[in-house]
Design a protein around this ligand. Structure first.
Ligand code: SAM
Ligand code: SF4
Length: 476
């Protein structure tokens, strides 16, 4: 299944120079958010149309509270209408924090003498992954600093190590990575290790700000980073994630640039990025950034709702950088993936370091949602979300799954919901407390009632029974 950029009439727009800061500012300066126009744009998004840069700018410039509520309600409705109540769970695993770059916002920067540097060797990776599998994780993102030691072979090897670890019924079925930009040749080496998504964030799309906060190392080269995902595509990695670090520059500019990046992808490769991440700057060891662009909780919520409306078929990732309260609030506006049970201290999962006592000299930045995976699962279930560990599309070679969910009639009912229910049942059988298990099966029963195709429903019921009998890894 491929995108048809013509359908969204973005070809011409996308063929202009890829990121042009003046052009983005022109869009923002010219957008006058009159009531009727804003309402039309929301309606257009609700009719499952992709928004243009002009339309996105209108939403970003809206300051009227009534209209802002309409934007948020629109995002919530779109999410419910299209994606339902599933939420995919994953966990980050830091492989190494050596770094030759000097990013002002990051605890791992090369100038930071107080950070404890470490790289997980084979045994240490196995130990961490076992600990992650033992609480029920199935999807990981491996994270690396930028260092000659972490070359493509090292990254590929660490991915293979993770896939090889099995503990009880536990296994990691999808390994994504967040690592420095590579050459095409090196991306090919990494692709061969069967990564899921390759993720790299531009941090700020504003070239001058980029220069100010990237004070040394290869990351100081804006263009090398901006074109990383194009090289990944050339190397055959078509499942990629983009992102911006909010708090470095004007948040409206960054949202426009993210949408611009999506346009570029659709236009050139006929497929948009799989996911967008929007980390917000958190405390870090020796954090050194200008406070002018701090994004408030309200602005943050708004920007997620606007992204949902602007690029309705791209997955949105919200991480444990944000406190539980903010995450719970924002999830309803269209987030598709969250991390759960996150511990970003080096070797933190197996050592069971207490997340409530974070040591900033041992991690990249502070996280603010310290709930365990078990707590998050239970809360999601109580709030009627269906937590999912599904990896079926990736393993069946169905790339662009968010787009398919969005555009292929019946796709969610046929694949996503059944697979979410099956992976939830696995979790309930193997890792949940008796209370969560009871609540979880009630949720499964409620959702089974909504699956209407009689035969298909029957197949799901049979597979659920098989899971109760001890079978694992059943998917459609
Ligand atoms: N070294 C890789 C790179 O630079 O792409 C991995 C980076 S890091 C593990 C993943 C992301 O964390 C970064 O791209 C950045 O957006 C984010 N990050 C860095 N410092 C942060 C901070 N103080 N608060 C929140 N997020 C931060
Ligand atoms: Fe290194 Fe990445 Fe941190 Fe920059 S953000 S200092 S590249 S780990």
């Amino acid at each position: 299944m491929k995108y048809n950029p013509q359908q969204y009439k973005i070809k011409d727009e996308a063929m202009k120079p890829f990121i042009d800061a003046d052009e983005i500012w022109q869009f923002l300066d010219n957008a006058k958010p009159e009531k009727e126009k804003v309402r039309e744009v929301i309606k257009k998004a609700l009719d499952k149309n992709r928004l243009s840069l002009e339309e996105t700018a209108l939403l970003l410039n809206t300051t009227d509270n009534e209209l802002i509520n309409e934007i948020k309600n629109g995002a919530r409705e779109l999410k419910e209408r299209v994606y339902g109540h599933r939420i995919v769970l994953f966990a980050p695993l830091y492989i190494g924090n050596l770094c030759t770059n000097n990013c002002a916002y990051c605890g791992f920067k090369s100038s930071n003498q107080s950070i404890k540097r470490a790289t997980l060797n084979h045994e240490a990776i196995v130990k961490q992954v076992k600990a992650l599998e033992d609480v029920g994780q199935k999807r990981l993102i491996l994270v690396y600093g930028e260092h000659p030691k972490y070359d493509a072979h090292f990254i590929a090897e660490s991915v293979r190590t993770v896939y090889g670890v099995k503990s009880g019924n536990g296994e990691i079925r999808r390994v994504n990575i967040n690592a420095a930009p590579q050459s095409i040749e090196d991306f090919k080496i990494i692709k061969d290790s069967a990564i899921g998504t390759y993720q790299v964030f531009q941090e700020t799309y504003h070239p001058e700000t980029y220069k100010k906060v990237h004070l040394g190392g290869k990351k100081a080269d804006y263009d090398w980073r901006l074109t990383a995902l194009d090289r990944a595509q050339e190397a055959g990695i078509d499942d990629v994630g983009i992102g911006a670090l909010f708090g470095l520059y004007d948040w409206r500019f960054e949202v426009m640039a993210l949408v611009r990046h999506v346009n570029h992808f659709e236009s050139v490769y006929n497929v948009g990025p799989h996911t967008i991440s929007f980390p917000r700057i958190q405390m870090a060891s020796e954090l050194d950034i200008n406070q002018d662009y701090i994004v408030t909780d309200e602005e943050f919520t708004r920007l997620v709702a606007i992204l949902r409306l602007a690029v309705p078929y791209t997955g949105l990732i919200l991480t444990a950088r944000e406190p539980a309260k903010v995450r719970d609030e924002i999830m309803q506006f269209g987030v598709s993936q969250i991390d759960g049970g996150t511990n970003i201290e080096m070797e933190g999962y197996a050592e069971k370091t207490d997340n409530n006592k974070q040591d900033l000299d041992n991690e990249q930045f502070q996280i603010n949602d310290n709930r365990s995976l078990a707590e998050i699962m239970d809360e999601l279930i109580q709030n009627k979300y269906i937590p999912s560990f599904c990896t079926a599309c990736y393993r069946n070679g169905r790339t662009g799954e968010h787009f398919m969910e969005f555009s292929v009639p019946g796709f969610i009912k046929r694949y996503c919901t059944p697979n979410a229910l099956l992976t939830l049942a696995e979790y309930l059988e193997d890792y949940a407390t008796p209370e969560t298990k009871k609540r979880g099966y009630e949720l499964i029963d409620e959702n089974l009632l909504k699956l209407d195709e009689a035969n298909y429903k029957q197949k799901v019921i049979e597979r659920l029974e098989n899971i109760k009998q001890g079978k694992r890894d059943l998917y459609f």
